[in-house]
Write a protein that binds this ligand. Sequence first.
Ligand SMILES: [Zn+2]
Length: 227
Amino acid sequence: MFIFNILFSICLASFGGVVALRVPQQESIIWGHSHCDYCQHQLAWYQMLPIISYLCLHGRCAYCKQPIKPVIFLIEITGLIAGIEASHQQLVNPYVLIIFIITLAVCAITDWYYLAIWPVILLPSFISILFVASFTARDGWEWLFFNLTLLILYFCQRQKLGWGDLEILALMSLFLKLKITLEVIIIATSLIVIKIIFSKKRLVSLKVAIPLVPYLLIALLVRLAFI
Ligand SMILES: [Zn+2]
């Protein structure tokens, strides 16, 4: 099961990389062969093997030798970590956890590059979480209170929190419950504070928008490592 989980997670992550690059460009995620962004050369199957191909090609296109976007490799590595972590926990359904982490990784890429999250990307995660989420009345009230607080924060501080961040936190608190979600938020905000402290453009950093989802993703992976 362990090997299957890892293979499932890495392949899903590889597809997630395609989604992250194509959805913002309004390209089809089903049709169209994978190709190099520079020379447009169509890739052979052995040049699309997750993780392995990137390492064998030393991160460069086999034809024009231009660098392959490192986000593809990073999301595949995230898939590997997600597969390992999902197999070593009994908290939630491992497959839904993998789908959720990969969804978060896809949103982290779009948030990083475009400061935007496309709701359609969240849909597979939303549907699979609805299928497995078990809820007590207490969980329900906690979820409602937490998300209403976020909603108030969003309307009072519109520039500070994005609507996509809200959607992701609503999903996370539905799936992983409030305690883990709050721990993830604490780790993520601590990482952002550390980033600002060590940033050379410290004063500027406080004024520019910081994408939250990449930090939520790292924080979740860190938190799951301690389950
Ligand atoms: Zn090329």
